[in-house]
Design a protein around this ligand. Structure first.
Ligand code: XIL
Length: 427
């Protein structure tokens, strides 16, 4: 359970050495430090560094020699506390959690541990207004997906109006921070503006509208967005085609034309079919498999399969493995595109997160990552994306109508046991 990550700079050591004068004061200081590492804000760190500079100014060469010795003593004490005292404190002090250290400490990045790209879906308002959120996104992930900003209603709110501002904000963020940006989604039966759902044109006008939307969007992001979910959720869970305004007005084969239009607009883009339920519906898997085979036979450009994986913590190993084996068998790139693992399966109002649930959730995260990594050949591993970052950002509570805690970070962006489990699963 213990998961302590320590980042310490020399100025810190020097500062604490200055006032480590006796054995007892060093014990007190070390305890103080261990607690500080997990709870301090950046301003407090800065204040300590400033104080340290003043002390060094008033300290002579002799004292510096003395300080060096004390640094060694201090380090020994620090590691003693890290390995022996901290776990005891975890057990006794409920509010200090060493299992989920503070993510603002400059230490590790999730994606650097992973053998494939690791992404998160992000909301634009949070990216702009919540510094902690954007910090965690840029630190922990190397791929991002717009949670909503590239959907039809966001980009194309009126027939002759395209609104690029939010999505372009993300493009700029991705470029500045060296992140891959995955496009989601060119066509879906949901998140449509009223002008589309109320559209009264004939099939030629519908076709024109579909094509214009796809090609304007793909062209706008060409060279900035390298991959797209072209069509989202075309099938029902039983494998039949979902009724939608698109199927109704254009017929079921409109899906093939979506891929062709996207490919024409950006021949380099990696094009995905994205859906949910692979882990529980073999009928849906079969339908998706048939679609992919038909596309291949007709030379319709499709390069990837997105499996959303909005799953429950009760999902079985066998079902998860079946989804991975199926996706690997398509020979296409495989993206676990919207991973979250919900806990409140009985839909209890007032449901609270606890350590047992944390461990069960971590176990599933680990299993999913392991199963993906084992079943999907390297060349097909597009990566794993969680559907947002912290529990308070998740769409699951509003979707399910009850509290839930489905993501690897908690509401304060502290790493939950699931975080470490993802890393373990990628080993
Ligand atoms: C969800 C978003 O998370 C919500 O904020 C929005 O209100 C509705 O859409 N499958 C998908 C995603 O492909 O686009 C959905 O995202 C979640 C289900």
């Amino acid at each position: 359970m213990q998961f302590i990550e320590i980042s310490i700079d020399v100025s810190w050591l020097t500062f604490f050495a200055v006032h480590l004068n006796s054995f007892w004061s060093s014990i007190v200081d070390c305890l103080f430090i261990v607690v500080s590492f997990h709870g301090w804000e950046p301003q407090q760190f800065n204040a300590i560094v400033a104080l340290e500079k003043i002390l060094i100014t008033f300290t002579g060469a002799k004292e510096i020699e003395q300080m060096k010795k004390q640094v060694v003593n201090f380090l020994m004490m620090f590691f003693f506390i890290g390995t022996a005292v901290a776990p005891m404190m975890t057990a006794s002090a409920g509010t200090i959690s060493f299992a989920t250290p503070q993510s603002s400490v400059a230490d590790t990045n999730l994606y650097q541990f992973m053998p494939f790209p690791m992404g998160a879906a992000v909301g634009i308002a949070r990216m702009k207004n919540n510094a902690k959120y954007s910090e965690v996104v840029s630190k922990e992930f190397n791929s991002i997906t717009a949670e909503n900003a590239m959907k039809f209603r966001s980009l194309h709110p009126a027939e002759n109006t395209f609104n690029w501002a939010d999505a372009d904000y993300l493009v700029e963020f991705a470029q500045k921070n060296g992140k891959r940006l995955h496009g989601h989604t060119l066509n879906w039966y949901q998140y449509l503006p009223a002008w589309v759902t109320n559209f009264s044109g004939d099939s030629i006008a519908w076709e024109n509208m579909l094509k214009t939307h796809i090609q304007t969007v793909v062209a706008h992001f060409k060279g900035k967005v390298a991959s797209w979910d072209v069509v989202n959720e075309y099938f029902n869970d039983d494998g039949t085609i979902r009724p939608s305004v698109w199927v109704k007005n254009l017929g079921p084969d409109y899906i093939a034309r979506c891929f062709q239009y996207a490919h024409e607009a950006d021949p380099d883009a990696i094009l995905f079919y994205n859906d949910y339920g692979h882990e529980y519906s073999s009928a849906k898997r079969t339908a998706i498999g048939k679609l992919i085979n038909a596309f291949k036979a007709r030379n319709i450009p499709i390069h990837g399969i997105g499996m959303q994986f909005h799953m429950t913590y009760t999902q079985s190993d066998a079902n998860i493995n079946a989804a991975m084996a199926f996706a690997a068998g398509t020979g296409l790139k495989v993206h676990l595109s919207e991973l979250d693992i919900r806990l409140n399966t009985n839909k209890v109002q007032g449901f609270v997160f606890n350590e047992t649930l944390a461990a069960q959730q971590a176990d599933r995260y680990k299993f999913v990552v392991q199963a993906y990594n084992a079943a999907v050949p390297k060349a097909q591993q597009f990566g794993i994306t969680t559907w947002n970052v912290g529990d308070a950002d998740s769409w699951v509570p509003s979707w399910q109508g009850v509290p839930d805690y489905p993501l690897p970070f908690d509401a304060n962006y502290l790493r939950k046991p699931a975080y470490k489990a993802i890393i373990e699963g990628g080993k």
